[in-house]
Ligand binder design. Structure first.
Ligand code: AMP
Ligand code: MG
Length: 493
């Protein structure tokens, strides 16, 4: 090892165990790599030395221009349903998995560069990324993590010194992202679509070893893998809905086997509660609207089930279809339970009652009709729990239906064994004050495009403690001012 060269304790299982599932590849040379954001606490969690990495050598590594010792950079192959249509050949068109490390908790984590140059899977794209989308993924991923939602995370963002043309000239950038794996539904689809059953089996066994090691050797392991992924996705999408998150591009290549949220492109958080909310400029039909996400997740899981069918019961396809369908059919109930339990916590309920769902729906209908801000309303319900409903009430032009709801809620709370102050404490732990508000994200990204990263750093700091009131940062808790207009997001290309 060259002196001063940052050390990564790589252990690259994907490169080692899955030849034929990737192309070994290297990043492009770039003129002037510079670290603009570095996640030192995450580096420490990964067993990496921040002092070694937050350096010029680190910048070169994170740009893809320098290969660290022990790395085996590669572009993964995958397929995917994009907006419902099947693309048999996708893959890392602008990303490189540089390797895996075992973190300080004993978990295997991928280190991936996004924007590091063209690969054999670029399909005419330039393989690059620009500063805005790179920082957007950094900000939203870290915010999701702080909210307790399974997600890939950001280790570093670098600028490359290149000018990349998108809608005009933009600073080139690369994101280093950490994931518990980059296995996607689309990875299975790639081999299943080519009837390469043995490859599907090899991939499934790899996924099991990585995410569900208790299933190793189980004779029903492929069906059980489908079950586990179904459970993880149901839990994940419930968390999205509970916090008001719209992924925006729930293609099967953006659906993980691990159950982590991945690929923050045209995503956004809702202000007012609205199941029909769509932000992505390319989602014309509203396929990936806020309220449709559970249904779409189940649809994506059906694509995984199809890819696994020949493993589930090789000699009896009808039986395989029947047992896979039984797993998929559990999704709505798994989702509903996760959502109901999350909603109970949001309004301070510990016990379960038949009528709870109706109580939640009554509130959401009122919020929808009167365009109440989702995040602020739930946070202010904590105040209502200690007898101060005025600020929650002020979110409704016509407070009458809300007053009626408060009275039903109070009756329901009376059947719980809880002190009001404990109620508020519990609710405040689940109802955030701060989410990445669209106008704040845009403001920070625009500053970054001119080389000023202070607003991004400030935003990241606020979002790192989403459940704590931070008096200096009150401006970060409100919805967009009306002049911000209707929010449109674009794919992170
Ligand atoms: P995404 O929408 O980011 O999930 O990407 C979908 C597919 O397009 C993936 O295979 C990406 O690798 C590929 N892709 C996106 N942007 C680019 C780009 N600028 N150059 C090459 N490939 C890209
Ligand atoms: Mg993707």
């Amino acid at each position: 090892m060259e002196l001063g060269s940052p050390h990564f304790p790589f252990d690259n299982s994907y490169a080692r165990d899955l030849p034929g599932f990737y192309v070994a590849w290297e990043g492009a040379k770039v003129p002037e790599p510079r670290i603009v954001l570095f996640n030192a606490p995450l580096a420490r969690d990964l067993g990496l030395d921040p002092d070694e990495l937050n350096t010029l050598e680190g910048a070169e590594i994170f740009a893809g221009a320098r290969k660290p010792d022990g790395a085996s950079p590669l572009a993964q192959v995958y397929a995917g349903h994009q907006f419902g249509g099947f693309s048999p050949q996708l893959g890392d068109g602008r990303a490189l998995l540089i390797g895996e490390v075992i973190d300080t908790y004993g978990n295997r984590r991928d280190i991936q560069l996004k924007g590091s140059g063209p690969t054999p899977f670029s399909r005419g794209g330039d393989g690059k990324a620009v500063i805005g989308p790179v920082l957007r993924e950094y900000i939203i991923g870290e915010a999701m993590h702080a909210l307790g939602i399974p997600t890939t995370r950001a280790l570093a963002a670098v600028t490359t010194g290149e000018t990349i043309f998108r809608e005009g000239p933009k600073p080139g950038a690369v994101l280093t992202r950490i994931a518990s794996s980059h296995l996607r539904v689309g990875t299975f689809q790639f081999f299943a679509a080519r009837s390469e059953t043995e490859k599907v089996r090899q991939l499934a066994d790899y996924a099991i070893a990585r995410h569900d090691p208790d299933l190793i050797g189980d004779e029903n392991r492929y069906l059980k893998l489908l079950r586990r992924v179904t459970e993880r996705q149901a839990a994940l999408v419930a968390r999205w809905i509970l916090v008001g998150f719209v992924h925006g591009v729930m293609n099967t290549d953006n659906t993980t086997i691990s159950g982590e949220t991945i690929d923050y492109g045209p995503c956004a958080f809702i202000d007012a509660y609205d199941p029909a909310a769509v932000f992505s400029s390319i989602d014309h039909g509203g396929r990936y609207a806020f309220g449709r996400q559970p249904m779409i997740a189940q649809w994506n899981l059906a694509r995984l089930a199809e890819a696994l069918l020949s493993l589930i019961s090789a000699d009896d396809l009808d039986r395989a279809v029947e047992s896979a369908s039984a797993e998929l059919n559990r999704f709505p109930e798994l989702y509903r339970k996760a959502w109901l339990n999350g909603m109970r916590t949001k309004i301070g309920l510990k016990s379960e009652e038949e009528g709870d769902q109706a109580l939640f729906e009554q509130l959401l209908t009122t919020m929808h009709e009167q365009k109440a801000d989702y995040t602020i309303l739930f946070r202010r319900l904590g105040e209502a729990a200690i007898g101060e409903p005025e600020r929650a009430r002020s979110l409704f032009q016509d407070p009458e239906p809300f007053d009626a709801w408060i009275s039903d809620w109070k009756q329901r709370l009376a059947r719980e064994d809880a002190q009001p102050s404990d109620l508020k404490t519990g609710m405040d732990r689940t109802n955030p004050v701060y989410i990445p508000r669209n106008h704040k994200v845009e403001e920070a990204l625009q500053a970054a495009e001119t080389g000023n990263y202070d607003p991004v750093r400030k935003l990241l700091k606020v979002l790192a403690s989403p459940f704590e009131e931070q008096p200096k940062f009150e401006a970060y808790s409100g919805p967009a001012p009306s002049e911000f207009g209707r929010y449109r997001t674009f794919c992170g290309t």
